[in-house]
Ligand binder design. Structure first.
Ligand SMILES: NC(=O)c1ccc[n+]([C@@H]2O[C@H](COP(=O)([O-])OP(=O)(O)OC[C@H]3O[C@@H](n4cnc5c(N)ncnc54)[C@H](OP(=O)(O)O)[C@@H]3O)[C@@H](O)[C@H]2O)c1
Length: 345
């Protein structure tokens, strides 16, 4: 594919490198402008306040498929519903909002991931196939959130996180972090705390309220186990934060997961709550407590509706030592120091 990249900075330059490695031909256009006549697709990756000026210097754009990666950190023209609508008003072809929720400084870590990072995108039908292919060829897993009407939501998503208090900033995206870094009010050392690669020790405190209310809020944790009978996955409505670095749940069904845990303690736990802005993956090792004080403590924490499904209290307390926690969109990584069970993800 011939791709014209408008904006050859972190995003434009970074994606251009990745696309070239995937076999595409890329024309890199900076603030001096250029020609996009040969392009099958155009990427817009300039500061949001410069969209009109940047596109105005590029010839051959009319009717091209355009992917807009901009975020409104440099302002927006409120005449348009979203920055992507503004791009469409100039170029006129099918448009997509994509790549704006992924932090460019992490592009060089994409290939190290066991699971491809997601690239959330909103697109008109005519831009979907190209966006999917170019997401894939850049190393991402494209995830369609909807049509052009959702472009603004993807832009606001980041700004909303940016506006959150610092104490809750672990949910903030790296793009948001970049914006904070540029602001004098944001201390550099606080920003660095949240950078991927500078792993923090495990601390589940800020996630406890959400996870502990998972049953009431209908956002149950999902547990994945592995064992001799193969993998198993399922909701665990009783999942709770036990302490700073442990989760627990009441194993009342005593079926597939229990059989797996008896032969292999490794587990993965996923928690997702759109309202709370939390998407977590936790990896660790489970211990089974069939009697004794730890089982009693776990039972005490178990939400009543879950215990009522086990009137004879035959359940087993499962204590999960969390060795690693990641927020895929937030760039947060917590990791236990020293020996872990070696789970990946
Ligand atoms: N950095 C991230 O992690 C990230 C992630 C997602 C989305 N975004 C968004 O993507 C866009 C680009 O971000 P970036 O980090 O790549 O920025 P950047 O590294 O600062 O690069 C900006 C690019 O825009 C060009 N540019 C600046 N002013 C221009 C003008 N008046 N006319 C034409 N071109 C102009 C620059 O051209 P020259 O090369 O000629 O200087 C440069 O190539 C922004 O909207 C940003 O919010 C950033």
């Amino acid at each position: 594919m011939n791709i014209a990249v408008i904006g050859r900075g972190k995003v434009g330059g970074g994606l251009a490198d990745r696309w070239e490695r995937a076999g595409h031909t890329v024309t890199r256009i900076g603030r001096d402008g250029g020609d996009a006549s040969d392009a099958d697709a155009v990427l817009v990756a300039v500061p949001s306040g410069r969209i009109a000026e940047a596109l105005g210097k590029v010839s051959g754009l009319a009717g091209k498929i355009a992917i807009d990666a901009t975020n409104p950190f440099a302002g927006r023209d409120e005449k348009y519903e979203s920055l992507t609508h503004q791009v469409k008003s100039i170029i006129g072809g099918p448009v997509a909002k994509a790549f704006n929720t992924n932090f460019a400084d992490l592009y060089d870590q994409i290939d190290d991931q066991r699971v491809r990072p997601s690239n959330l995108y909103a697109a008109e039908d005519g831009a979907r196939a190209v966006t999917e292919q170019l997401s894939h060829d850049a190393g991402f897993d494209p995830v369609l959130v909807g049509g052009l009407e959702l472009a603004r939501a993807l832009e606001e998503h980041l700004m909303g996180l940016e506006a959150r208090p610092l104490e809750r900033a672990s949910a903030a995206s790296f793009t948001a972090m970049q914006g904070r870094e540029n602001s004098s009010a944001f201390k550099q050392d606080e920003c660095r705390r949240f950078r991927l690669g500078a792993a923090m020790p495990i601390d589940l405190t800020e996630y406890a309220e959400g996870i502990n209310n998972g049953l009431a809020e209908g956002t149950f944790c999902v547990l994945a186990t592995c064992g001799q009978r193969g993998p198993d996955v399922g909701f665990k409505g009783s999942m709770q934060v036990f302490d700073k670095d442990h989760l627990c749940y009441w194993e009342r069904t005593r079926s597939g997961h229990l059989a797996n845990l008896r032969s292999d303690p490794r587990v993965g736990v996923m928690y997702f709550n759109r309202e709370r802005g939390k998407y977590l993956r936790m990896y660790g090792s489970a211990g089974l407590y069939e009697d004794g004080p730890t089982r009693e403590q776990i039972m005490t924490r178990t939400p009543v509706p879950e215990l009522e499904k086990d009137p004879e209290r035959r359940g087993i307390g499962v204590l999960i030592r969390v060795d690693r926690l990641v927020e895929p969109f937030g760039g947060v990584k917590q990791e236990r120091e020293g020996d872990t069970v070696g789970n990946q993800g």
